[in-house]
Ligand binder design. Structure first.
Ligand SMILES: Cc1cc2nc3c(=O)[nH]c(=O)nc-3n(C[C@H](O)[C@H](O)[C@H](O)COP(=O)(O)OP(=O)(O)OC[C@H]3O[C@@H](n4cnc5c(N)ncnc54)[C@H](O)[C@@H]3O)c2cc1C
Length: 386
């Protein structure tokens, strides 16, 4: 297809990756973000091999590898610290021919932004409405300006304002029943082995420590709580001490050492799988299309896959509407199944049905790694790149 003028609303992981993929196919891309400064929410992200393969294909593999953590093993312990299972991630990496890359969100954003070109990004401007006429999409911005393009990509995240314009109906976010606190901390072996993704589970709660590069662990705590509980930064430490009272030494140490000033506290939501991601010259991509529970670590990876697939299809098809229809067909089922599986994983981990969660704790004691790695492999192998 000829080179298109494309507007992307949202310069998060999805918007920036899409900009790079589209620029590489010869399109002219402009990004707009309502934030006056691009500061990612959250400390780190685990890019699983399906996401890494997209970044490799975009030529970013070395930069990502240099900035990410070395994650070789995975373990689960119970709340008292008794090891339930520990296994190597090597069999997964060998089967899918790629390692995972846990990385600071700031590092990922720096790499994506530098590649997409800062001059292509306009900050501090929001777009809450777009209209389609005369074969163009017209974005309406908060400063009263308008801009016409051949295609508008709504990569405006989980709270997307443009989603309802695409789907033609109101989509409410669904609360997944738990709160996540996440941050980073100096990686020391009295917290967890330095190249291990270590998790502690019990009482429907979860604590995780993952090597994220730069001598740091990315950590998070999950606690099932009703929606709308007070979010007071000055209380984070006290709250976490209460929720994890009597837990294993490393968990208590983590709570003692963490700096509340650098923690993000998020009530976890997803959206019901959508029935279409396109409306003529408007396209959803990333969390606007498929906000999901983070329990499979796939939200960002799926945004990367969306970006890659869309850019390739625009090249493969002469006709824009055919290309977008092909995008819808390629992505709908894939993302719906991951949203659903992530939701199920979240429910199992966080005691949605306590009987199921107890059974999972018992299974972990017999887990050799095979079942866990098969699950990750299934997700990775459904991606667009070998
Ligand atoms: C606790 C937690 C842990 C996670 N862990 C992982 C993980 O390990 N691996 C993984 O792959 N994924 C993970 N995710 C998911 C991942 O963070 C998201 O899927 C990803 O950030 C989505 O990127 P996005 O670009 O679609 O949206 P966002 O990153 O939300 O970006 C959207 C952008 O759009 C802008 N915007 C919004 N509205 C407007 C508007 N009206 N006008 C202009 N700009 C606008 C926003 O300012 C923002 O910059 C996790 C999520 C959470 C909450």
């Amino acid at each position: 297809m000829n080179s298109l003028d494309i507007i992307i609303i949202g310069a998060g992981i999805g918007g920036l990756t899409a900009a790079i993929a589209l620029q590489q196919q010869g399109h002219r891309v402009r990004l707009f973000d309502r934030k006056p400064e691009l500061t990612p929410a959250g400390s780190a992200i685990s890019i699983w091999p399906n996401g890494v393969k997209v970044l490799n294909a975009l030529g970013l593999g070395d930069a990502i590898a240099a900035a990410s953590g070395d994650m070789q093993t995975m373990s689960y312990s119970d709340r008292e610290g008794k090891l339930l299972t520990r296994f190597s991630l090597q069999p997964l990496y060998e089967t899918v021919n790629q390692t995972a890359r846990p990385i600071a969100r700031t590092a990922l954003q720096r790499i994506l932004l530098a590649t997409a070109g800062e001059h292509n990004v306009t900050l501090g401007i929001s777009c809450d409405f777009a209209e389609q006429r005369d074969g163009k999409t017209i974005a309406h911005f908060s400063d009263g300006s308008q801009l016409a393009a051949d295609l508008l990509i709504a990569a405006d995240g989980t709270h997307s304002k443009l989603r309802d314009l695409v789907t033609g109906q109101k989509t409410e976010r669904r609360y997944c029943g738990y709160v996540n606190w996440n941050g980073r901390i100096e990686a020391t072996s009295d917290l967890a082995p330095l190249t291990e993704w270590a998790q502690f589970v019990g009482d429907h709660k979860r604590v995780s420590l993952m090597p994220m590069g730069g001598g740091l662990f990315y950590f998070f705590f999950d606690v099932p709580l009703p929606a709308g509980t007070p979010n007071e930064r000055s209380h984070y430490k006290e709250e976490l001490s209460e929720h994890f009272q009597g837990w294993a030494e490393p968990v208590r140490r983590l709570v003692e050492r963490l700096d509340p000033a650098t923690i993000a506290r998020v009530e976890i939501h997803d959206i019901e799988p959508l029935t279409s991601l396109i409306n003529n010259r408007l396209v959803l991509l990333g969390d606007s299309a498929h906000a999901m529970a983070p329990d499979l670590g796939q939200g960002g990876c799926q945004a990367m896959e969306d970006a890659w697939v869309l850019a390739q299809l625009l090249t493969q098809h002469e006709d824009l509407s055919r290309a977008l229809k092909a995008y819808d067909e390629a992505r709908l089922e894939r993302v719906a199944s991951i949203v659903t599986r992530a939701r199920k994983r979240a429910e199992t981990t966080h005691g949605h049905d306590p009987v199921v969660t107890q059974a999972w704790y018992r299974e972990l004691a017999y887990e050799t790694g095979e079942a866990v790695l098969k699950g990750i492999e299934k997700t990775v192998e459904g991606g667009p790149l070998e």
